[in-house]
Ligand binder design. Structure first.
Ligand SMILES: NC(=O)c1ccc[n+]([C@@H]2O[C@H](COP(=O)([O-])OP(=O)(O)OC[C@H]3O[C@@H](n4cnc5c(N)ncnc54)[C@H](OP(=O)(O)O)[C@@H]3O)[C@@H](O)[C@H]2O)c1
Length: 339
């Protein structure tokens, strides 16, 4: 390893500017892999933690942000038989769960646990990383938290509502629900109608239409309800659509909705980090060994759009700000090896 060096984008404190400087080149411990990072995608969560340390995620500074990456295996720890140096992979790290800066992916080399790594065959790093985090968010919310089945197990008569399907999480939620076998109704912008239909939506309602809720009521009832925008308006709409019998919906964000009707339960969690949790070990095994590699290398899902931002680690500061301010509709992907 001695001919290589590591460089990281360190965050000195909440909301501060990233500082690019040298970092240790890590030795993997038992069950760990070191990845040479070739692509990271900036998620809204990264940008919010960068800006304001939401949910008290960072316990001590300086910190290295980022929990998803695609790249090549650089070093393999003891106890790992099924990965080799130079394998192309995508991974989710436990950086935000453990606070371990070795696992932050906004650096050239990062450590992750073998059990959260998937092989990607000949797929591009950019495509793999742009897909994995929001896809996990959507599938974990629908399958683990709302109880939707696996692909091919659902019934067409059972309807699914995905509110705010225009973003990455929504794009994958539509496709997953369709692949399970359900009829999928979405809300999205009028300019997105054709794409939503190609993803599998049977009806697309404009979420800004004043009568969106009554249009959706006509198209229901729904067995599964999910808001992929997570805003207050969407949560109120879903709570209202569950009347009069009540029920459950999942949301990507916890908005200040106030009191929900007594017969409505909102499910919110860090769906994107489901595979880091022991209780979901079975899901994680299916995810990294079966579903995610297929989704990537067999193009099981149509990827949400991404743009590559040049400049390496130095580009992360502005990219993170752009994501925070919703200036770019696509996922921004950066190659930490550049620059
Ligand atoms: N809980 C978790 O585990 C988890 C994980 C990942 C993401 N998230 C959260 O989920 C949200 C979406 O993430 P993402 O990666 O999908 O973001 P994204 O790709 O940046 O999605 C943004 C798009 O969503 C649509 N949108 C925005 N506001 C909306 C609204 N009020 N109503 C309906 N649609 C709206 C817009 O598309 P159109 O203009 O085309 O409608 C917008 O371009 C973020 O808040 C993120 O923090 C949560």
């Amino acid at each position: 390893m001695s001919q290589h060096t590591n460089t990281a984008a360190f965050l000195p404190g909440p909301g501060s500017t990233l500082e690019i400087s040298s970092a240790p080149l890590y030795e993997p411990q038992h069950g760990e892999v070191v990845i040479k990072n070739e692509a990271v995608a900036i998620q809204p969560f990264d940008a919010k933690v960068h800006d304001a340390n939401i949910r008290g995620t960072i316990k001590s500074y300086p910190f290295i942000l980022g929990s998803n990456v695609a790249g090549t295996v650089y070093a393999v720890g003891e106890g790992i038989e099924d990965l080799e140096v130079n394998d192309k992979v995508v991974a989710d790290t436990a950086a935000y769960v453990t606070g371990d800066t070795r696992m932050g992916t906004w650096q050239r080399y990062a450590v992750t646990r073998r059990r959260t790594v998937a092989k990607i065959g000949n797929a591009s790093f950019e495509q793999a990383v742009a897909l994995s985090f929001p896809l996990q968010t959507a599938v974990a919310a629908l399958h683990l938290y709302l109880g939707m089945g696996k692909p091919g197990t659902g019934r067409e008569e059972e309807r699914v509502l995905v509110w705010g399907a225009g973003g990455a999480v929504g794009t994958y939620a539509v496709q997953y629900a369709k692949s399970v076998g359900h009829t999928v109704i979405v809300t999205a912008s009028p300019r997105d109608v054709e794409r939503q239909k190609s993803l599998g939506a049977s009806e697309v309602v404009d979420y800004k239409a004043p009568d969106a809720v009554s249009q959706l009521r006509e198209l229901g009832p729904y067995k599964y309800l999910f808001t992929a925008s997570g805003d207050k308006n969407s949560q109120q709409a879903l709570a209202s659509l569950l009347q009069p019998s009540g029920g459950v919906f999942a949301s990507v964000a916890r908005s200040d909705i106030g009191e929900l009707p007594e017969n409505v339960k909102l499910i919110y969690d860090a769906f994107s980090m489901a595979t880091q949790r022991e209780e979901f070990a079975e899901f994680a095994a299916w995810w990294y060994d079966e579903y995610l590699p297929k989704a990537i290398s067999e193009s099981l899902v149509q990827p949400a759009k991404y743009v590559v931002r040049r400049g390496g680690l130095a580009a992360l500061q502005e990219a993170s700000r752009d994501v925070l301010e919703s200036k770019v509709k696509e996922k921004i992907v950066v190659n930490p090896q550049e620059g």
